[in-house]
Design a protein around this ligand. Structure first.
Ligand code: T46
Length: 141
């Protein structure tokens, strides 16, 4: 289990190109914008406001969460500390490094969470039990 703490999870602002003729904004993720090569893209949508997603940690996966529309909260835990990050700008996303527990909740109506991931889906990369997660964090030298 990676020793990373919640302080290693960072907000990344995606450059925004505002159209001079009032046609809105365009943001692009390319080159070294993210600290990993994107191997998978998925998105969460139609999430009821009283539902929550996540509730697990990853052993090796890096992910970047972007609120393409609306807003939601991400609760991050490293076994010692926790913090809540509200994502509500489509050009400001959250990089979650391996070894961090995450829970997503408080989705606004119409919220869409785009996730860019460093690897393909692998259930073996998940730790879905919180007590197991904490025990593994504590036993990491
Ligand atoms: C995470 C948060 C933000 C797939 O078949 N392929 C995939 O790429 C993914 C992500 C999921 N699935 C299947 C596995 C489950 O049968 O879709 C179902 C729902 O997955 P899960 O319960 O893990 O969904 P969330 O929203 O709780 O968590 C997901 C990601 O799994 C997780 O990595 O960080 O979104």
């Amino acid at each position: 289990m990676k020793k990373n703490t919640i302080h290693s999870t960072t907000l990344i602002e995606i450059p925004k190109i505002t159209d001079k003729e009032g046609r809105g904004n365009l943001s692009v993720i390319e080159k070294d914008c993210l600290p990993f090569k994107i191997e998978r893209v998925y998105y969460l949508y139609d999430v009821p406001s009283d539902a929550y997603r996540g509730g697990h940690a990853h052993k090796n996966l890096k992910q970047f969460l972007l609120p393409l529309s609306g807003s939601f909260d991400v609760i991050l835990k490293d076994g010692e500390n926790s913090k809540t990050v509200t994502l509500n700008k489509p050009n400001k996303g959250l990089l979650i490094v391996p070894g961090i527990w995450r829970e997503l909740e408080n989705f606004s109506s119409g919220a869409v969470c785009l996730v860019l991931a460093s690897n393909v889906y692998d259930e073996n990369d998940y730790i879905r039990d919180f007590d197991t997660f904490v025990a593994q964090k504590m036993s990491t030298p």
